[in-house]
Design a protein around this ligand. Structure first.
Ligand code: SF4
Length: 331
């Protein structure tokens, strides 16, 4: 049991971060015993917690060791010396950590899917390859391990264009995000063959909302994730990954920004860059928000079988090639 002094110290630590996203001191006091226990268990078990930027602020600033987009977190997972990786994000990202560092124990706090990862199977990829035998197959990181195993190279939203340009083939099966393929097509001379997957969060944004915000805030910069529809992308100042959006906010002279993506990123900007003002609305991913502090504690203490990532070695071997190729090509 933590002492009153420990609880008070932890409450202050949490409040210094979370007050920027509207948490009260008593909210922080409520979660302080949980974050204390998780952080102690992490040390005891030589575990590391990697959290995606779409996680809730209590996870991001209470217990995570690293925050980032799927590319940055993959690199961390590959390099870590910790015995256990707790991947606080959706299932495909935890699978990616296991593929890149198979000797580690990889835990996922809650079994959370993703509409993009669920939109395509390994069989579908085999069908596409048969229909386009000369094409390279680039799959977005938001896919299952079995799908990655069928691809030539993986990409993330931060390196997709670079990977497209660096593969030898002129024709590319780019899957599974329909909108991302359409958004990237005008930026390359190569032919992209898309799939019908969509992110249920980013597809909800409309160009009308962007136009409305633009009218009320003419000096604001509007940044959108490349999973948004091309009609939305047409209206914004910049398209990119969450990391590229954070970098843009960092270096831009503008004072107001709308981040057309999941709300976790707006929380990060409010917490880490309090001099920048976030306007407009964001959207919540029901998969990402499934993960709670209590799940992290539970998987660290005594993981249930579904919280332990276990993949067939053949899938690991094949998917690892595609992921390592991405790392090589993005350098
Ligand atoms: S935000 Fe979209 S792409 Fe990301 S996990 Fe949620 S559904 Fe999948």
């Amino acid at each position: 049991m933590p002492s009153d002094k420990q609880i008070n110290g932890e409450t202050e630590r949490l409040f210094s971060k979370l007050e920027k996203v509207g948490w009260s001191k008593s909210d922080c006091e409520l979660i302080a015993p949980l974050t204390l226990e998780i952080n102690q268990l992490k040390k005891k078990k030589n575990a590391i917690i990697l959290a995606h930027s779409y996680q809730t602020p209590d996870i991001m600033y209470g217990v995570a060791d690293f925050l980032g987009d799927s590319y940055a977190l993959s690199l961390k997972a590959k390099e870590t010396k910790a015995d256990t990786i707790v991947f606080s994000s959706v299932h495909f990202m935890a699978e990616t950590a296991k593929i890149l560092n198979p000797r580690k124990t990889v835990l996922v706090p809650a079994v959370a899917g993703c509409s993009l990862a669920e939109s395509i199977t390994a069989d579908d990829v085999r069908g596409l390859k048969k229909a386009h035998p000369k094409a390279a197959v680039i799959c977005y990181i938001n896919t299952t391990a079995e799908v990655k195993a069928e691809c030539d190279v993986v990409c993330t939203s931060s390196n997709a264009l670079k990977i497209i340009e660096r593969v030898r083939q002129k024709e590319i099966i780019f899957l599974p995000d329909e909108f991302m393929a359409k958004n990237l097509q005008p930026l390359t001379k190569k032919k992209l063959i898309g799939w019908k997957g969509r992110c249920i969060v980013h597809e909800e944004f409309s160009p009308e909302t962007i136009k409305e915000i633009r009218k009320g805030h003419p000096k604001a910069k509007i940044l959108a994730h490349s999973e948004c529809s091309p009609t939305v992308i047409k209206e914004v100042d910049m398209m990119g990954s969450t990391k590229q959006m954070m970098d843009y906010v960092d270096t831009s002279k503008a004072e107001e920004f709308m981040l057309v993506t999941e709300c976790g990123l707006s929380d990060r900007v409010r917490t880490e860059k309090p001099d920048k003002k976030i306007i407009g609305s964001c959207a919540l991913c029901p998969y990402m928000k499934k993960i709670m502090l209590k799940d992290i504690l539970e998987c660290l203490k005594n993981p249930r079988p579904e919280q332990i990532i276990d993949l067939p070695s053949e899938v690991i071997q094949k998917a690892k090639k595609s992921l390592n190729r991405m790392i090589k090509l993005s350098q």
